[in-house]
Design a protein around this ligand. Structure first.
Ligand code: 173
Length: 320
């Protein structure tokens, strides 16, 4: 049976979004990441904050993680209103916001983007193309890395088959890799079967799903910044009262202020990876320059191919 039909039917009766009637509204939330893992962490703390500070105004009920809605379907689910609020990375909804890759290429924080007006550009694109409010952004200060089962001695990935998402696609393919796109839930078994020689993933979260058991190397330096965004269906957002919207925005600001903890968290995570036997391959000198330059150039070239006008608008406000 189609999950969307059953899921939507199960939820319709629970919906209480009648703005005039409801003093307190409850939003139904889903995360693209397992609820007890790293990239649901900020969403969980945001929801706890709202449920604590929004009593009588707005509450959020987390229905589940990837078992509730498959990660690559969550963008569609929040677009159509099957869920009201979603925790998801732009890499999981490229079908809806094809220039979303620009967000992880940013050289600025969400606080900078709110101050500069760049936030409004990203929010406008999400509204126009996906029918969502771009409410909050986590992941600043969390870079992406390549993890491997066999060593490399430079930035040449020819002959390696690497698990990817849109985040790493342009860079790893420019460096010669064969790519396989999978949701996080499929990485462990792909490694176990030897179907892939490695995978792209952020600095944090490798141990959450036991991937350390199948991982021998992390390649440094990392590149880009993670984007894990809290999105609200735009019809739902527009039907809220000013007070309800203000409470959610206050929670978003608070959650975003915790992004500064990521530098320390990366260090803790690298120590845990080392304890778990993951060795670091550090690219230096020209190899490092090639790695980082390819990341940035191939990344922007892809966004420009998708939509030159939006790419130019995003690049001029997201980079220095
Ligand atoms: O590798 C991924 O699945 C991915 O693109 C991602 C993005 C943000 C956080 C974690 C993973």
């Amino acid at each position: 049976m189609n999950f969307r039909v059953t899921f939507a039917a199960a939820l319709l009766s629970a919906s209480s979004l009648s703005p005039a009637a409801a003093q307190e509204v409850t939003l139904r939330g889903v995360s693209a990441f397992n609820l007890n893992t790293t990239f649901s962490r900020e969403f969980n703390t945001f929801v706890d904050w709202v449920n604590e500070n929004g009593k009588g105004v707005v509450q959020i009920d987390i229905l589940g993680g990837p078992e509730a809605v498959p990660p690559f379907e969550l963008g569609n689910a929040v677009q159509s209103g099957v869920v009201d609020i979603a925790n998801v990375t732009s890499a999981f909804y490229p079908n809806l916001v094809p220039t979303g890759d620009a967000i992880h290429l940013a050289e600025s924080t969400i606080q900078d983007q709110r101050a500069s007006g760049c936030y409004e550009v990203i929010d406008r694109i999400h509204g126009d193309q996906m029918n969502v409010k771009y409410l909050a952004h986590a992941g600043d200060g969390v870079p992406f890395h390549l993890y491997l089962t066999k060593p490399i001695d430079g930035p040449d990935l020819t002959g390696l088959t690497i698990r990817t998402t849109p985040v790493y696609q342009a860079m790893f393919s420019a460096l010669g890799a064969n790519l396989v796109r999978t949701a996080p839930g499929e990485v462990y078994s792909a490694l176990e079967r030897g179907a892939i020689d490695g995978y792209g993933w952020p600095s944090q979260g490798v141990l959450d799903l036991g991937w350390d058991e199948q991982t021998k190397y992390r390649v440094d330096p990392g590149f880009y910044n993670v984007d894990v965004n809290i999105l609200v269906n735009l019809d739902v957002w527009n039907a809220l009262t000013d007070g309800q919207r203000a409470k959610l925005e206050e929670g978003a600001d608070w959650m975003e202020s915790t992004n500064t903890q990521n530098a320390a968290r990366n260090e803790e995570e690298f120590a845990r990876q080392a304890e778990a036997g993951i060795e670091t391959i550090t690219l230096e000198g020209e190899a490092r320059d090639k790695w980082l330059t390819t990341a940035q150039e191939a990344g922007w070239a892809h966004v420009e191919d998708v939509d030159k006008a939006l790419a130019d608008e995003l690049r001029s406000c997201l980079t220095k």
